[in-house]
Design a protein around this ligand. Structure first.
Ligand code: URA
Length: 433
């Protein structure tokens, strides 16, 4: 078998066999297949798509590309949540401590930023000292002791995805349904959770932009999860506007902490409550109404925040940053983006906002680039708000003055102001069970 033929077959729209898919994944992981050939195949998949059978084979090949984890030593039900990626999406930092504080175990492996979207691991690393690479033994011990641990994907877990994820990020091949499904589900199935709640984003900041595409993504992932014996459900949530007001790593941690204190933005708080409720529901903790009441109580009585603090402490992070988020280092420069005209914020290109944040230093342009943790954007106005000419739309934060101009241009390009008031979009479109 030759990688050249596999690329050619997919380029010509042919269905790849199980063997061809395995050959590609095994060869790429073993470094027998170079990045340029893997990138070419990803691009062919992007354009030609894959059948359900090919997607399942690719997912299982990714899952089997490394170690399968054994969480059987964790006492209690283990639930995971995974987002397909968004802008300002810091939900894991809120929902994981909530459900862990209620006795459901969260042994979570998260990713880094990808394309215009942020990643939980980058956000956690904005907390000075936070260690995202625990040994398996320490990871399991921590989950048993405090109910929660969040780490980066270990080298041994689904290594094919680790390599592909970074490659896709810099070759414009992230937003392909087969690649997204196999990436997410390959990792999730290599871990050993009982239940998985998938947060499938839809809209201009999501990899699946239409509701139809997002539904296909959700159904396919739920089917693969169930076929592998996991209780799986997906929520399709809005990403036609950023979630909350903060975009960028430490700014998002601050917003997550505010939310756990009950002071978060309304939209973000609502999505977190719905996701945490479904995580508890899937873990058989009660009816949806009972689970929702438990979630709200865990925020109100501070137990969810307490759980986050325990996790930060256990993983070596500076707890003072969580106890008082004023302690986070601020970016050297902040700049107010002003509205050029009066009217309603009619629509925003959410991916453009993600890119504007990346241009400030909050994300990576290449696999190797460092992140400026304090860089990012605080939105002062969101879709549906009315603005006067000269009013502040957003504040840009960065440590590199030269980055502001391009970021402002991208931000303004992504903001449409109109005399017309936009229709309200729901925050949650659908549940796929
Ligand atoms: N999240 C992932 O883990 N993989 C993707 O491909 C997209 C989002």
């Amino acid at each position: 078998m030759r990688m050249y033929d596999i690329i050619k077959n997919k380029r010509d729209g042919k269905e790849l066999s199980t063997e061809e898919i395995k050959f590609f994944i095994e060869g790429y992981v073993n470094d027998d297949i170079p990045d340029y050939q893997a990138a070419a195949l990803c691009m062919a998949i992007y354009f030609k798509g894959m059948t359900t059978r090919e997607i399942r084979d690719l997912t299982f090949a990714v899952r089997d590309s490394g170690e399968r984890l054994d969480f059987s030593s964790i006492k209690g039900i283990r639930v995971d949540k995974h987002s397909t990626g968004g802008v300002g999406d810091k939900t894991s930092l809120v929902v994981a401590p909530i459900v862990a504080s209620l006795g459901v175990k969260v042994a979570k492996m998260s990713g880094r930023g990808l394309g215009h979207t942020g990643g939980t691991i980058d956000k956690l690393e904005a907390i000075t000292g936070f260690n995202t690479t625990l040994s398996e033994e320490d990871f399991l011990k921590q989950v048993n002791e405090i109910g929660i641990a969040i780490v980066g994907q270990s080298k041994a877990l689904a290594p094919a995805d680790k390599k592909l994820y970074a490659l896709r990020d810099v070759t414009a091949t992230v937003d392909s349904l087969p690649l997204i499904i196999s990436s997410i589900m390959g990792k999730k199935l290599a871990a050993d959770d009982d239940c998985i709640v998938l947060d499938v984003k839809t809209g201009s900041g999501a990899f699946a932009q239409t509701l139809e595409e997002s539904e296909t993504l959700a159904r396919c992932m739920v089917e693969i999860g169930k076929a592998a014996g996991k209780k799986t459900l997906a929520l399709i949530t809005d990403m036609d506007r950023p979630l909350g007001k903060a975009i960028g790593n430490s700014l998002e941690v601050i917003e997550a902490v505010d939310t756990l204190k009950g002071n978060g933005p309304e939209d973000f708080t609502e999505v977190c409550i719905i996701l945490a409720t479904d995580m508890l529901y899937l873990a058989d903790m009660g009816t949806r109404e009972e689970c929702e009441a438990m979630v709200k109580k865990a925020i109100a009585d501070g137990s969810a925040l307490e759980t986050l603090i325990k996790m930060v402490k256990a993983q070596g992070g500076d707890v003072n940053l969580i106890l008082d988020t004023e302690n986070f280092t601020k970016a050297k420069y902040c700049y107010e983006v002003k509205a050029r005209e009066e009217g309603y914020i009619f629509k925003v290109d959410t991916a453009g906002y993600g890119k504007a944040s990346l241009l400030l230093g909050a994300g990576r342009n290449t696999k190797e680039e460092d992140i400026d943790y304090s860089a990012g954007i605080i939105l002062c106005k969101k879709t549906g708000d009315y603005v006067k000419e000269g009013e502040t739309l957003a504040i840009l934060y960065t440590n590199d003055l030269n980055r502001i101009i391009n970021s402002e241009v991208e931000f303004l390009r992504s903001t449409t102001i109109s005399k017309e008031k936009p229709e309200n979009r729901p925050l949650v479109f659908k549940r796929v069970e």
